[in-house]
Design a binder for this molecule. Structure first.
Ligand code: ASP
Length: 332
């Protein structure tokens, strides 16, 4: 099994399980945000210099949007929302505008968000009209007594709280339309047809964790298919003092392993490092036949990128002024 694990800060978590912002260890980052734009077979030889520059710029835009929220004292949950919102609006990513198409040639979008303070969460599945599914997920969390809405009801709920609705064709791009044609013709998906979800995890000045994930799913998915991205505990999880996770990959496997909650439970109950916990969960995904990756932030702001695919669009920004982005395997 091949894992790529990114930088992990050396701070140890000394206290587990607190649900509200805890005192921070000396040396912990004042705030930090980590993002992903999907994992998959992303090889340098398949990406032109222009494409690489465009993805890098888009990742930086997302990091800055989230970082601005955190730098001005905003919450982790507002930061992850701001970070993924820019990627939903950017046709480069498989989320919002630029999302992949179903076999019925429409877009059905999934998103979720979780606030580590009270483990409050919101999600929408199979939405077709709300322009920004992550805002719909947030509204479910903040403005309803429920955690998850699906389909027509989710779009209606979004409209009722004043979110912008669009025609489904707003999400369509030539690139995704051609990908659908190819998959329907060849009756097989390439790795890229299954990937491209975006997500973010963050810690704010008060030590609160949050996570968000949003996607179009996989190219030519059957009508009504729901992946892992809107499922709390599969692609998204956040619990203060423990960890925050956003996942991307072959959703059916991530649901079956319960990847995000598995990682946080291993950190909380077995005192594993976030890296060891993520490698274990992704190992289970791989054993079942799936691939993908996760971004993880620990209770003290330590972080990791772990993936068993050939690349993952990813990046980090923190209060020290540090900003990094990467696409390919480490060292490439
Ligand atoms: N996890 C998403 C899904 O299965 C796809 C992805 O991450 O790219 O819907």
């Amino acid at each position: 099994m091949r894992f790529l694990t990114g930088l992990v800060c050396t701070l140890m978590m000394l206290a587990f399980g607190t649900e509200t912002g805890s005192a921070r260890e000396a040396g912990a980052p004042e705030w930090r945000i980590v993002i992903h734009g999907g994992a998959g077979v992303i090889l340098r030889e398949n990406l032109s210099a222009e494409q690489e520059a465009a993805y890098t710029a888009a990742l930086e835009t997302s990091l800055k949007a989230g970082g601005e929220v955190l730098a001005s004292g905003g919450s982790a949950v507002d930061a992850v929302q701001a970070a993924v919102l820019t990627m939903e609006d950017d046709p480069l990513f498989n989320a919002g505008r630029g999302a992949v198409m179903t076999a019925a040639r429409i877009h059905e979008l999934d998103a979720s968000i979780m606030d580590g303070r009270e483990r409050n969460a919101g999600a929408v599945a199979g939405v077709t009209r709300v322009r920004n599914p992550i805002l719909a997920a947030r509204a479910v969390m903040d403005q309803s007594e429920h955690v998850m809405f699906a389909g027509q009801g989710a779009d209606n709920f979004s409209e009722s709280v004043g979110l912008e609705l669009v025609d489904n064709s707003y999400f369509t791009t030539e690139r995704r339309s051609q990908a659908l044609d190819r998959v329907l013709r060849e009756q097989t998906r390439t790795d890229a047809d299954r990937h491209g979800t975006v997500g973010a995890v963050a810690i704010d000045k008060d030590g609160n964790l949050a996570a968000a994930t949003t996607t179009g799913g996989m190219t030519a998915k059957a009508a009504g298919r729901i992946g892992d991205s809107p499922i709390i505990g599969a692609a998204t999880y956040a619990q203060n003092g423990v960890c925050a996770v956003s996942a991307t990959g072959h959703g059916e496997y991530f649901i079956r392993v319960g990847v995000a909650k598995t990682i946080c439970s291993r950190v909380e109950l077995a005192s594993e490092t976030i890296t060891a916990a993520a490698e274990n969960a992704l190992g289970q995904v791989e054993t079942l036949g799936g691939d993908g990756g996760v971004i993880v932030m620990g209770g003290e702001g330590q972080y990791a990128y772990v993936f068993n695919s050939a690349g993952m669009y990813r990046g980090m920004m923190d209060a020290s002024g540090a900003m990094e982005t990467a696409i390919f395997e480490q060292g490439e």
